[in-house]
Design a protein around this ligand. Sequence first.
Ligand SMILES: NC(=O)C1=CN([C@@H]2O[C@H](COP(=O)(O)OP(=O)(O)OC[C@H]3O[C@@H](n4cnc5c(N)ncnc54)[C@H](OP(=O)(O)O)[C@@H]3O)[C@@H](O)[C@H]2O)C=CC1
Ligand SMILES: C[C@H]1O[C@H](OP(=O)(O)OP(=O)(O)OC[C@H]2O[C@@H](n3cnc4c(=O)[nH]c(N)nc43)[C@H](O)[C@@H]2O)[C@@H](O)[C@@H](O)C1=O
Length: 362
Amino acid sequence: MNKSSKIFVAGHRGLVGSAIVKNLKAKGYHNLLLRSRSELNLLDSLSVSNFFEVEKPEYVFLAAAKVGGIIANNIYRADFIYENLMIQNNIIHQSYRNNVKKLMFLGSTCIYPKECPQPMKEEYLLTDILEYTNEPYAIAKIAGIKMCESYNLQYGTNFISVMPTNLYGPNDNFDLEKSHVLPALVRKILLGKALEASDWDFIKNDLKKLPIENENGSSSENHILGVLEKYGVSLKNDEVTVEIWGSGNPRREFLWSEDMADACVFLMNKRDFKDTYDNSDKEVRNTHINIGTGKDISIKELALLIKEHVGFNGTFHFNEDKPDGTMVKLTDVSKLNNMGWKHSIEISEGIKALCSHYLETA
Ligand SMILES: NC(=O)C1=CN([C@@H]2O[C@H](COP(=O)(O)OP(=O)(O)OC[C@H]3O[C@@H](n4cnc5c(N)ncnc54)[C@H](OP(=O)(O)O)[C@@H]3O)[C@@H](O)[C@H]2O)C=CC1
Ligand SMILES: C[C@H]1O[C@H](OP(=O)(O)OP(=O)(O)OC[C@H]2O[C@@H](n3cnc4c(=O)[nH]c(N)nc43)[C@H](O)[C@@H]2O)[C@@H](O)[C@@H](O)C1=O
């Protein structure tokens, strides 16, 4: 990319898209093409086709997707497979038709088998069955990788795929039912701390963002306690308890979204499809690359780190009626590290930054 290249960032208001825009602008890329969902619905093939024909982007970051945590993936299974396939099919196909110079497709490490050898290398793709809770989403992401590979092989395009680990950062989704674990735990533990301190102003302000069933318009403390309990923050015998889904034993690897964006821009400039396989390969597979830190932590350890940072004194209830999902998914990031990129924000620093971000934007 050069500084005046026309770059389409699809999903620019999201966690990763907004970080990619920030990274590109900071590096002097000034010809960015951005469209909100109301301006361009990426599910609508005709609108996407018209957009590409008129705008002719040169580079595309495909960071738009239907995204959510373990329960959202498990419940809205049809939406996750349909919307992700549609968005990526529309953008990848139009990028081919309109001679986009390079496209980056963002997948996810949930493409790897449920019981994958650890750490997960790129070549472990499609070697065993997937985790059930996010199988429809993972299948869409695998289709995205294969679509990029297939267009490259048949039509000579230059579409690359990156597989990020679990991400978090500014513009994260803090919805307590649909979000990923890190923003959910930050919010629940901050609410738990506020409840300990009887900080009703903080709690009432925070709850304005929840879809509360408030039939009688009541804002009494009892009503609020009922709402908090529904979302996993409860007060009993003067002790506050925060609910953690599952056993607390699953391990996850977390990457700060601005590091993720930096890796994307780095790879967009450094990696072409032709670099991803050997010319002697009869079968071209596993051309994607992992993005992560190569370090993981259990959900229980994560909750304890947040608890310590926030100064919450209550207890955790591990609700094993909620799914654990994959028990361990640590990425092998040696390919990326060997290319010269490494993450900069460790989890303890990232937790502090995410808490500050939440409090500033709450
Ligand atoms: N968050 C994570 O932990 C991980 C994310 N990823 C992948 O990274 C990518 C970015 O995810 P993330 O930033 O977290 O997701 P977000 O949900 O934060 O952002 C997704 C963006 O896509 C947009 N979008 C979704 N559907 C449409 C549509 N029909 N038309 C137009 N825009 C649409 C959203 O618009 P709007 O703002 O209007 O909703 C939003 O801006 C995705 O491919 C995701 O699968 C991979 C691994 C982990
Ligand atoms: C990025 C990745 O994200 C999803 O997979 P996931 O890693 O399982 O997602 P998660 O962040 O929601 O959960 C991680 C772990 O944490 C536990 N957990 C505890 N307490 C809360 C909690 O309060 N909320 C959530 N969401 N999880 C909780 C939860 O039970 C699980 O054991 C994919 O569907 C797919 O979208 C994908 O690719």
